[in-house]
Design a protein around this ligand. Sequence first.
Ligand SMILES: Nc1ncnc2c1ncn2[C@@H]1O[C@H](COP(=O)(O)OP(=O)(O)O)[C@@H](O)[C@H]1O
Ligand SMILES: Nc1ccn([C@H]2C[C@H](O)[C@@H](COP(=O)(O)OP(=O)(O)O)O2)c(=O)n1
Length: 233
Amino acid sequence: MGEDKGIPVITIDGPSGSGKGTLAQQLAQHLGWHYLDSGAIYRVLALAASKHGITKNDPKRLKTLAHDLDVRFVSELGETSARVYRVYLEDLDVSNAIRSEDCGNAASKIAALPEVREALLRRQRAFRKAPGLVTDGRDMGTVVFPEATLKIFLTASPQERARRRYKQLKEKGIDANLNRLEQEIAGRDVRDCERNAAPLKPADDAIILDSTKLAINDVFQQVLLWLPSKLRN
Ligand SMILES: Nc1ncnc2c1ncn2[C@@H]1O[C@H](COP(=O)(O)OP(=O)(O)O)[C@@H](O)[C@H]1O
Ligand SMILES: Nc1ccn([C@H]2C[C@H](O)[C@@H](COP(=O)(O)OP(=O)(O)O)O2)c(=O)n1
């Protein structure tokens, strides 16, 4: 099915821990739009590659794996009426498994391969369905949906992002080390920003929002203020 360019898209790009997923999910739920967590696709691919013993040094097999990847997203109502997004690889629920920092790092490594990115393009664009799509990642506004309705580039200081990730992991009962997280986040920033294929950078027409000192709800309210004028254009 072809992509319908008349359907509105909000893109949220930015580095790890800036709050992209949180904001994108809030917006999708508020607007009743679809949600695409593009990073989850790269994470699932990293998991599948490890399962099949394919390394980042084998772009040809990774490309085939990316093309054939059996990844599914299921959105369901959680206990507090907020939507919960679950991710399946083949028929296995990998929602928690893909959230480890190891998986994030592995995803960042294979995401540097142009063959892999190309193989995932069409799959990502297929999420553009009525009444609208909110999506987050690294290249949503620059490459995947260059004509998006509203593009946000969400940042926060590396220290604040590491602190958020630390708290998030601890809340999930996952052991974490703040210093190590800071280093891993810094390493991922460099790799994601310096690669040649679709590097992490704001689109020319993106609004840059620094959330270092903003609460989750402040970020959400700010974006809601920007949206109406973009939807009218
Ligand atoms: N503005 C904010 N202030 C404080 N914590 C935040 C903020 N935005 C997100 N968080 C928290 O930080 C963690 C990482 O957010 P997440 O949305 O997963 O980031 P990303 O998708 O950019 O990696 C989550 O636990 C989330 O609740
Ligand atoms: N659109 C995207 C999304 C993610 N990636 C890569 C680069 C990221 O470091 C990894 C993991 O992305 P993800 O958004 O899940 O990571 P964070 O939640 O921001 O820590 O995948 C990408 O290259 N392009």
